[in-house]
Design a binder for this molecule. Sequence first.
Ligand code: AKG
Length: 294
Amino acid sequence: MDRAILDLPLADWNGATGEAGWIAAVEGGQVLFFPRLDFKLDASEQALLSPALLAEGVRNISLDSAGKLKGVAGGEAVESQVSGLMGRFARQARVLVKGLFPAYDAHLRPAPTSLRPTDVSTRKQSVRADDRRMHVDAFPTRPNYGERILRVFTNINPQGQPRVWRVGEPFEDVAKRYLPVARPYSAWQAKMLQSLHITKSLRSEYDHMMLQLHDRMKADERYQREAPQVTMPFPSGSTWVCFSDQAVHAAMSGQHMLEQTFHLPVARQYDVQASPLAILTRMAGRPLQGAPLP
Ligand code: AKG
């Protein structure tokens, strides 16, 4: 389990050079951890970091690629400061990912950048939504057919509080554990979910399997307690990168984090055979209506 997280020396967001070993590690489901990769905030930006920055009923602040900011309480001056810092993070995350994985760059689709000022240890939520339980990312309303979810996280806690994650076993082990007991895919049900607009497009068998893994892991108390795992306190001032649809993870505590997601077509990975879609397709022994695999 000590290889779930790879500790790396990079100290410059512009300094990554497409290291083959790091690429193989992240595509193998490991978390790349950069303890020296800090995101600098000036004093007035640091002063903004408080849950009071959040608009009523909102958990995260988001900034999309068109510059639209959502979720901030406060006037124009505050909004423009928050947009400034989040935009800077979005650009740095892109530069980092380009340096780490040069061949992805032309194919990445960035999701909105997020700023997370809430304390994750105190959030009240259903078992299914509870990210303090180990899981792989899979979304009930947005089928993705095997598209990858690559995420960059930076802990910017001003009091030096770590963001504590648990990182679990390899994806293939999770699949071996839960696929035999997973509910079978129903094409009829997938069509119904789509026609009721519960899903934004037809849920594929791949998406169904990923959701089954996500839900079954989270609901399994014994798995949460006893499955192989390492607890990792990511220090304030550090950055980590993983494919969150593959790396088993749970966020246990911490407050104030920046996060940038990139979507990547599965066929654009260096080693497509390492992807969850390829792994699940091999295990099922038939195509899963995912994206075409080369
Ligand atoms: C997720 O977004 O999938 C998480 O598990 C949350 C990560 C975090 O907030 O540190």
